[in-house]
Design a protein around this ligand. Structure first.
Ligand SMILES: CC(C)=CCC/C(C)=C/CC/C(C)=C/C=C/C(C)=C/C=C/C=C(C)/C=C/C=C(C)/C=C/C=C(C)/C=C/CC(C)(C)O
Ligand SMILES: C[S@@+](CC[C@H](N)C(=O)[O-])C[C@H]1O[C@@H](n2cnc3c(N)ncnc32)[C@H](O)[C@@H]1O
Length: 384
């Protein structure tokens, strides 16, 4: 069921501000006091909250360590080693070429993080999170990719203060650097990563996206075409178009040919910043594209999509969004800092996207719930 998009940003009613601020000042002063912290950690009615807060703050301090435990598991291919079943620590140590006590340190850390489980006989096997890594190999690719992100975030204050000309991530995503042309060799890495990780979201988005009454879908910034290939299989009546930078569109063309879909998809190489959009589609998708770009790029793009659609034409925006209930750190913290390091774009709330769509002339703007909104949410809009 589509749902109305409402403002999720906190609003403070001016009349209540004085009361709220006084309460916050009292609360913060109390929580900051070490005497109160000690008391609350012992008092039966506050003990649970105090322990949760201590743990939450500790987890924030330790996040990098936890991430590096996962990174070591990925680098050593530990999850695949355990796919066939649990193994004893000395066997694992030999297979990973690690000293026994170091292997045990890793195994115990991974078990503490719910990646592995330790059986009563001392062997280690996959737990839920480790098993999920096997089913989604693109998570491992993201974990490897994070070495670049963490290098850029080594001095977060410098990143916040200055806008560096170049970062590891801006070189990785060359279109973020606003270069006139993007070379074929510079798109292979990011296109491959996007094609792999698209597998995690295409199904969720297509489950929620009504396409049965459409005849032609154009995926703008469609990468290597993984999203369109899934759309093609679900909707045999649809004709399909993909627009991406020329070297990416070329990779998509090759992928469609080898999947036997060459006859159904037209690939256009061009830039949505500089070139007119191809005409003729009655549905357009922007999957993980809007958040990559600043408003100065997205506002004209939405107007161009509006102009390229016929009356009643459908636009779909799918991406992780800021302010997603239960996933706030993914939008505002992870993608906020990721995109800042990349030097282009920002995570937007559904309400912000909705306002941008209204300004571009779209109507009937609604959110269509997806299975895993933390990975991708979907907003559709129509040309009147
Ligand atoms: C079997 C029985 C009886 C009981 C089991 C109980 C049960 C129901 C357990 C649940 C088990 C289960 C189904 C677990 C599933 C877990 C899943 C699916 C986990 C998925 C995790 C996904 C992750 C961690 C995704 C990470 C994605 C990242 C880091 C994406 C980064 C994206 C980037 C950097 C994109 C860049 C593009 C740009 C530039 C911003 O546009
Ligand atoms: C983050 S990727 C998303 C790819 C794909 N939609 C997905 O979700 O897997 C953004 C895509 O937009 C493309 N792109 C960036 N700037 C572009 C431009 N000016 N014109 C056309 N495509 C562009 C990139 O080449 C890349 O394929």
């Amino acid at each position: 069921m589509p749902v109305a998009i409402t403002e999720t940003e906190p609003r403070t009613a001016p009349r209540r501000r004085g009361w709220r601020e006084r309460w916050l000042a009292f609360r913060n002063g109390t929580v900051a006091s070490t005497a109160f912290q000690r008391w609350a950690a012992g008092f039966p009615l506050t003990r649970g909250i105090a322990r949760r807060n201590t743990r939450a703050l500790f987890d924030l301090c330790a996040g990098f360590v936890y991430a590096q435990v996962l990174f070591a598991c990925v680098r050593l291919d530990l999850f695949r080693l355990l796919e066939a079943g649990p193994l004893a620590p000395d066997v694992i140590a030999r297979r990973l070429d690690l000293p026994q006590e170091r292997a045990l340190t890793l195994l115990k850390a991974a078990a503490a993080l719910d990646l592995l489980t330790r059986l009563p006989d001392g062997r280690f096997g996959l737990a839920d999170l480790g098993a999920a890594m096997i089913g989604n190999p693109s998570i491992a690719a993201m974990v490897e990719h994070h070495t670049m992100l963490y290098a850029d975030l080594a001095d977060p204050v410098a990143l916040l203060r200055e806008r560096p000309e170049r970062t590891r991530l801006s070189s990785y995503w060359p279109y973020a650097e606003d270069r006139a042309a993007v070379a074929p060799e510079s798109v292979a890495a990011y296109s491959g990563l996007m094609a792999a990780s698209q597998a995690m979201i295409a199904g969720d988005v297509l489950d929620a996206l009504p396409l049965s009454d459409r005849s032609c879908l154009m995926d703008v910034g469609g990468g290597e075409g993984v999203f369109l290939a899934q759309a093609a299989r679900r909707h045999p009546h649809l004709s399909l178009r993909l627009l991406d930078l020329p070297p990416v569109a070329e990779r998509a063309r090759a992928r469609f040919e080898s999947a036997g879909l060459g006859g159904r998809v037209t690939c256009h190489g061009g830039s949505f910043r500089d070139d007119a959009l191809p005409q003729g589609a009655d549905a357009v998708s922007l999957v993980r594209v809007v958040h990559d770009h600043d408003d100065i790029v997205i506002e004209p793009l939405l107007s161009a999509v509006h102009a390229a659609l016929p009356p009643g034409g459908l636009l779909a925006i799918a991406e992780p969004m800021a302010g997603t209930p239960g996933a706030e750190p993914i939008g505002d913290a992870y993608f906020g800092f990721y995109l800042m390091a990349m030097g282009s774009g920002r995570p937007r709330t559904a309400a912000e996207l909705s306002a941008m769509l209204t300004r571009a002339g779209f109507v009937d703007i609604r959110e269509r719930p997806t299975r895993r909104p933390l990975l991708a949410r979907l907003i559709t809009a129509k040309r009147a």
